[in-house]
Design a protein around this ligand. Structure first.
Ligand code: AMP
Length: 116
């Protein structure tokens, strides 16, 4: 848990969020600035700054998080039509919040993979 991390504050309940799914290890909530009709974030509850901070000890939670992404996508009704999963990582990846998170983008066809 990081004192300054905005997503840790959401996990603690110190900042409100529109929660979609929660268990002991992960939390899913709607993105505050949706880029698509469906835009959810799925995060581990343990503070990990980025995907690059995962260690071998996080294998179980990482696998669980990915499986729960699929669950959340089904819950949000985008599994059949499809969605894009994005994990922005560090500066060049466009990561703005330094707590590992997976974006689920769906509800419409999303554009080219990389914008210049
Ligand atoms: P990234 O650029 O991958 O770090 O994405 C961070 C995402 O977090 C952005 O899409 C933001 O809109 C989203 N975000 C930031 N603060 C909040 C918040 N309080 N509740 C929900 N989503 C947030």
């Amino acid at each position: 848990m990081s004192e300054t991390c905005i997503f840790c504050k959401i996990i603690k309940g110190a900042i409100p969020a529109k929660k979609i799914y929660e268990d002991e290890q992960v939390l899913a909530f709607h993105d505050i600035q949706p880029q698509t009709p469906v835009h959810a974030l799925v995060i581990p509850k343990r503070h990990l700054a980025s995907l690059d901070d995962l260690t071998v000890e996080d294998r179980v939670v990482a696998g669980h998080l990915l499986e729960r992404v699929a669950h959340v996508a089904r819950e949000l009704g985008v599994a059949e039509s499809g969605y894009r999963l994005i994990v922005n990582t560090r500066e060049h990846g466009g990561q703005e919040v330094d707590h590992l998170h997976a974006h689920i983008l769906g509800g419409r066809r999303v554009g080219p993979m990389v914008s210049r």
